[in-house]
Design a protein around this ligand. Structure first.
Ligand code: PEP
Ligand code: MG
Length: 594
């Protein structure tokens, strides 16, 4: 054990997003864009040297791209044309010759000249009336970013190459970054920005690594190699902890693991309340590899398969065949239990990393999810074909995300029926009676729930987005994270309305936002009529245990009382008291901490 140095220890509190305690060394990674800090004039006698510096940066970038291409695994080798197009961009005269001309004519440094060339290229792209082509500006920007890094000598570290057990400390990690993490080495991560239900947070849970986000300036406070304690349940970070903190957290870690394994032993029992109501507890998942863990954690099926991560992982679009193989594997593995496959939900924060700048001002309100799919029918159809084909091998349901009104359902179903006709004409097998449902996560869909219920087989309430859109708070913005309130009476009333509408129409309804895995929310959800939850599979044993400790009768009574309260704080205080009384060990084990 190291010498004590009390003065070094710093304690921070962030937003806990994936539970677990880890103690390890920090690794600072820079995922931010290179800032062009220096714009300066070049004297005549330095001009040729500056041009050489630029040419050298271009050459280094070409070499890096070539190495990347050679290292591409066989599985994705067919997408190497993407790298070829980057190599061609580097040779393009608008980027290359024009920058050199600017250095020579305007006598400015290479970074400044390159930035000016980028502005000109942006201008040209903005005038192109074809969305696909105009969006390629992102590729140009990424290539220029690489050149700028080489000019500044700031290399971007590949997260896949981390080969020591470390805790990642970053300004931000995009969902795409997290798909690259080497989880045998990365113990967990902490970031300056982010919120509880950002997709980066959801990925951390899927990978079962502790994570804390929204720490604001942790990258300024931590140095590479500093010892860190990260508590992914409370959000507490200790930088350079003293000996007593280390011993304390090792003990807490042991205690929590002991409790986790004690409840895990009962995770295969059904979630039946004290008064005999069976609640279905399904799992949310993002990666095919998770399906074994889903089963081991005792899930009653998969209530939400977020398919976009397969797209984020592959370079270029995955083929229908690749998608089909993945979906089939999951469907067969989990059969006869249900697998609900949600169609692509790209957009929002799943493109909005700093590295892949989206053109949209408000990506969460932009071309996301079903809107994107209806605009890109070929991409949509390829996924629908893969899902339908997989439905021949298990108990598959189909779900459309981010529905805001009836027209989108009609349009999506029209495309679905075209795909079915196509498969029929080729005698391809699929489940002719496949159930089709929608996510309820936009306030307008809540208002229209009675109407929408007549057109679909089930609803799944996505509270992560519903809270974001109803309370007007960006789910990935740590500045407003305090306002992200599942207990807000408006949210509870919306959920109640959706549940009542579904029941009235005789269709199924479940809830698959992060609320479903929150020990404090379960009893309220049961009280308002939810009978199916879908959650991060690690939380299943605990949520089942809570359900086995409460009765629907009491949960309904509590909901009637809660319905009279007018603020999120009052609701939280009420339910905290009740849960303390109903499941005292939740308090002892720290699950009721704010
Ligand atoms: C939700 O919005 O609650 C949801 C489950 O979908 P996602 O988190 O993938 O947006
Ligand atoms: Mg959502």
């Amino acid at each position: 054990m190291t010498d004590k140095n009390f003065s070094d220890q710093k304690v921070l509190r962030g937003i806990p997003v994936s539970p677990g305690i880890i103690i390890g060394k920090a690794r600072l990674v820079d995922r931010s864009r290179v800032k062009i800090l220096y714009q300066y004039l070049i004297s005549d006698d330095q001009l040729s040297q500056e041009v050489e510096r630029f040419k050298h940066a271009i050459k280094t970038t070409e070499e890096q791209l070539a190495t990347l291409k050679n290292r591409m695994p066989d599985k994705i080798n067919k997408h190497s044309f993407i790298i070829d197009s980057c190599l061609m961009m580097l040779k393009d005269s608008m980027l290359n010759d024009s920058t050199i001309k600017k250095i020579l004519n305007e006598k400015i440094n290479a970074e400044w000249a390159l930035k000016k060339s980028l502005d000109e290229i942006r201008e040209v792209f903005s005038q192109i009336d074809d969305e696909y082509i105009s969006n390629r500006i992102n590729d140009v920007e990424n290539v220029i970013e690489k050149v700028l890094r080489n000019l500044s000598g700031k290399e971007q570290e590949s997260l896949a190459e981390i080969n020591q057990r470390v805790i990642i400390v970053a300004h931000d990690l995009s969902p795409a970054d997290t798909t690259e993490l080497n989880i045998n080495m990365v113990m967990g991560f902490i970031t300056n920005v982010g919120g509880q239900t950002s997709h980066t947070a959801i990925m951390a849970q899927a990978l079962e690594i502790p994570a804390v986000v929204g720490l604001q300036s942790v990258t300024d406070l931590v140095k590479d190699g500093d010892l860190l304690i990260v508590d992914g349940k409370t959000g507490r970070i200790i930088i350079n902890p003293d000996d007593s903190a280390i011993i304390d957290y090792q003990e807490r870690h042991l205690q929590r693991e002991k409790y986790r394994s004690s409840i895990a032993r009962k995770s295969h029992l059904p979630a039946t309340t004290l008064d005999g109501h069976r609640i279905a507890i399904k799992a949310n998942m993002e990666f095919v590899e998770e399906v074994t863990a889903v089963k081991n954690h005792g899930a009653d099926g998969i209530g939400l398969f977020r398919t976009e991560f397969l797209y984020l992982r592959s370079k270029g679009l995955p083929s229908e065949e690749e998608l089909y193989q993945d979906y089939r594997e999951v469907a067969e593995f989990i059969s006869p239990l249900e697998l609900t496959i949600r169609t692509l939900d790209l957009g929002g924060d799943k493109f909005a990393s700093e590295l892949e700048i989206s053109k949209e001002m408000n990506p969460a309100l932009g071309l996301r999810a079903i809107r994107f799919c209806l605009k890109e029918p070929e991409i949509f159809k390829s996924q629908l074909r893969a899902i339908l084909r997989a439905s021949a091998h298990g108990n598959v349901q189909l779900m459309f995300p981010m529905i805001s009104g009836l027209q989108e359902i009609l349009d999506a179903k029209e495309i679905l029926s075209q795909v079915k006709d196509e498969l029929d004409s080729k005698n391809t097998n699929y489940d002719q009676n496949i159930k089709t449902g929608i996510m309820i996560e936009v306030p307008s869909a809540v208002t229209m729930a009675e109407v929408l219920a007549r057109h679909v087989d089930f609803f799944s309430i996505g509270t992560n987005d519903l809270i974001q859109y109803a309370l007007a708070i960006d789910r990935i913005n740590e500045q407003v994270a305090y306002m992200y309130q599942p207990f807000h009476p408006a949210i509870l009333r919306m959920i109640k309305h959706v549940v009542d509408s579904a029941k009235e129409a005789g269709i199924g309804v479940s809830l698959c936002g992060e609320m479903a895995g929150d020990p404090l929310c379960v009893s309220i959800l049961l009280g308002l009529g939810i009978e199916e939850l879908s959650l991060n599979s690690r939380a299943i044993p605990l949520i089942k245990k809570i359900i086995r400790s409460i009765s629907i009768e009491e949960a309904r009574m509590d909901f009637r009382n809660i319905n009279r309260l007018n603020t999120a704080n009052e609701v939280r205080a009420y339910i905290q008291d009740r849960m303390k009384a109903l499941v005292p060990e939740l308090q002892e084990k720290g699950y009721l901490d704010i």
